[in-house]
Design a protein around this ligand. Structure first.
Ligand code: AMP
Length: 285
């Protein structure tokens, strides 16, 4: 396992698959590493899997969130190695953004603007995400990159960006890994108090309940009510086109849809913002 800090440290290593993370690795990240290992091969012709660990300052609109973000590189490197990574790339800020170099921040794809989702609740977030992802693609020279479905709007944004800008990187989705009670794993969950942790179950519960609703409007009502009853401050709770993230008609039933739809929620519990999403509808069984 190599720990690379600089561009020179990666000079002889081109990523067959990159897993971009901000560290504080949990089982969700490690699943993405295993997916990357599968893509990059395990036998002859195996190509490197690189896990990047970089808490990107340009995607944080909240300085306190940036400051308290958990950091432990030795632990992350050991976990990444166990899951099959060949290298951890943990650059300093001035390696990603060299002083004086103009690392472009725009453009961002349509699905990452004007949607009333993360784009609205974290102004400037996707500009920062697109900026760092483009830069990590260049630095690791990756041919594919694995992103979690947990951050659904981010996954769609990166996919659209890679296609629109012909970056030549295949974007591979990884399913959301959850706690036994349904809570999606997140590095920020460590900041939940025991009482908030209990309330946090309401996001996945809301998504499952809404999955059986008959219309988009009913689903959105169920999402909001379930989260509010649990004391979650709702940022958004909505059913959208899964790829463009455009609104759907309130009266639309599952049978009216000719493209996949996705239910997405975000809310606040204390200092923690929680996100989750699931397909809509969810078929019984
Ligand atoms: P982060 O370190 O939180 O920026 O996340 C790095 C990558 O891990 C992103 O592609 C996330 O979507 C993904 N990820 C975060 N949480 C989970 C989870 N519970 N299951 C699967 N992937 C996840």
């Amino acid at each position: 396992m190599r720990i690379a800090r600089t561009i020179e440290d990666l000079a002889d290593m081109q990523a067959g698959a990159l897993v971009p993370t901000m560290g504080a690795l949990h089982a969700g990240h490690l699943d993405l590493v295993r997916i990357a290992r599968g893509i990059a091969g395990t036998g002859a012709g195996r190509r490197p899997v690189i896990v990047s660990v970089f808490v990107n300052p340009t995607q944080f609109d909240d300085r306190a969130d940036f400051a308290r973000y958990p950091r432990d590189l030795a632990r992350d490197a050991a976990l990444a190695a166990q899951a099959g990574a060949d290298a951890v790339f943990a650059p300093a800020v001035d390696v990603v953004y060299p002083p004086g170099a103009d690392v472009p921040i725009g453009p961002i794809p349509d699905c990452a603007a004007g949607r009333g989702l993360e784009d609205e609740h974290r102004p400037g977030h996707f500009e920062g995400v697109c900026q760092v992802v483009r830069r990590l693609f260049v630095l690791t020279r990756c041919v594919s990159a694995v992103f979690g479905e947990k951050d659904w709007q981010q996954l769609q944004a990166v996919r659209a960006m890679s296609a629109n800008e012909r970056l030549g990187v295949s974007i591979i989705p990884g399913p959301t890994v959850r706690e036994p009670d349904g809570l999606a794993l997140s590095s920020r969950n460590v900041h939940l108090t025991p009482e908030e942790r209990e309330r946090a179950r309401s996001l996945s519960r809301a998504l499952r309940l809404a999955g059986a609703a008959e219309t988009v409007a009913d689903a959105e009502r169920v999402l909001i009510e379930t989260m509010r009853e649990a004391g979650v401050g709702v940022n958004y709770a909505t059913v959208r086109d899964a790829e463009t993230l455009e609104r759907l008609p309130a009266s639309a039933t599952p049978g009216d849809l000719d493209r996949p739809a996705r239910a997405l929620v975000a809310g606040r519990l204390g200092v923690v913002r929680l996100l989750d999403n699931m397909p809509w509808p969810i078929s019984a069984g």
